[in-house]
Structures are given as structure tokens and as C-alpha cells.
Design a protein around this ligand. Structure first.
Ligand code: SF4
Length: 209
């Protein structure tokens, strides 16, 4: 069992898999920078949370639902949870909204799976599937919570906990994904990590003025 201060935010898992340095900058160094992608993403999440509860086609839909797993030490919020009637019970079906497009790694699927694990504990059910909705491509991707994805999610939770306890921010490594990262100006991946320190970079910039 975890004490309250040891609970991890589910969203940190997504940041951790997307880029451990991004996760460290947000959760260890408390840096957050709004860019057009995060601003538009925020609007999508706000819209997803506008009306908290509604009923549609026999399913009740809850928006902005708080999630918690005491076993895994996780807390978070689901954009949307549909409660679908199945064999005399309501089965939760989590849906997460993303501004962009599907990513090359599994960070969004792991985040959704972590939401499902919380819902399973909260409602004592087994949840087979959920969905990711991508604003850029207007595409809904159904996600099956396979044993492989569940295993990957549990491993990511353990690694994230160790990573945050260790408390060290990794050096950046510039890749294509940096161009859509909200922290690129703080992170300076093209400067730091290529044999140049921030201090030396600033000193050089000042001397060139
Ligand atoms: S700019 Fe790149 S290396 Fe830096 S935090 Fe973002 S994704 Fe990670």
C-alpha cells in the first residue's frame, strides 16, 4: 500500500514513455511551457469535460472522472468513461482525447491502460477495451488491453516510480519528436547533450553580441 504522497499521476506515465527528460522537467523541476499543441490539447480536454454526466443510447457517459488505484499507487482523471450495459452490469470503457496524431511509441496506450487498471479496481470488473481519439486525424483508435499491454503498463509504473525517486534529470537527445514538445525552449536539446553545457552556450551567445 502507498501513502498519499507516493501516488503517481497517470499522466506522468505518458510523459515518461514519450521522453524521460520531459517527465523529469515537469515532475521533478516543475517546468511547464504552454505551446500551441498543449494549448489546443487543453481545449480538447476542457471540451471532453464540459458536461460531466449524460446518457446516450443506453450508455451513461461520465466526463472528467477521478481515478484511483490503491494497489498500484496511481491517481488521475479520465477524459470520458462510457458505462456500457453488458449482461446486467455496466462495463466502463475509457476514452482519452489527444490533440495530435497516433505516436510511434506506446505512451498513449499505456496511459489509457493505466486508466483501465484503476477502473477495474474501482468497479471490480475486467475491462477488455478502451479508445484513443486523435484530434489531428479525427481518428478513433480502439485499444485492446492485452496481457502484453498490461505488462508494459505495470513495468512503466514501476520504472516511473524508481525514476522519480532517483530524482535525476537526464540529458536531452534531439529527435523528431522534440519539434512537438512543449518544453523544447527550456530543454534546448540541440545545445545540451552535444558536448555543450548551458553555461558555455550562454557565455558564447553573450560574447557574440
Ligand atoms: S525537447 Fe526533446 S529531449 Fe527535450 S524534453 Fe522535449 S522531447 Fe525530450
Amino acid at each position: 500500500m502507498f501513502s498519499e504522497e507516493d501516488f503517481l499521476p497517470i499522466s506522468a506515465l505518458q510523459h515518461f514513455i514519450f521522453c524521460p527528460r520531459q517527465c523529469a522537467l515537469i515532475y521533478l523541476e516543475k517546468a511547464w511551457e504552454e505551446n500551441i499543441l498543449t494549448a489546443e490539447g487543453g481545449i480538447m480536454h476542457d471540451k471532453a469535460h464540459e458536461e460531466r454526466v449524460e446518457t446516450r443510447g443506453g450508455a451513461s457517459i461520465e466526463r472528467g472522472m477521478f481515478l484511483r488505484s490503491d494497489k498500484l499507487g496511481l491517481i488521475g482523471k479520465a477524459d470520458v468513461v462510457e458505462f456500457r450495459r453488458e449482461a446486467r452490469r455496466q462495463l466502463p470503457f475509457p476514452i482519452e482525447y489527444k490533440h495530435g496524431r497516433p505516436k510511434e511509441n506506446n505512451c498513449d496506450k499505456v496511459q489509457l491502460c493505466a486508466q483501465a487498471l484503476c477502473l477495474e479496481e474501482m468497479f471490480e470488473v475486467r475491462i477488455p477495451t478502451g479508445a484513443l481519439f486523435y484530434g489531428k486525424t479525427r481518428h478513433r483508435l480502439d485499444v485492446e488491453f492485452t496481457e502484453v499491454l498490461r505488462g508494459e503498463t505495470l513495468l512503466a509504473i514501476r520504472k516511473l516510480r524508481e525514476f522519480l525517486i532517483a530524482g535525476a534529470t537526464p540529458l536531452p537527445h534531439y529527435t523528431k519528436k522534440c519539434e512537438s514538445c512543449s518544453l523544447i525552449t527550456l530543454c534546448m536539446p540541440k545545445v545540451i547533450g552535444q558536448g555543450e553545457t548551458v553555461a558555455r552556450y550562454i557565455q558564447k551567445a553573450v560574447s557574440e553580441q
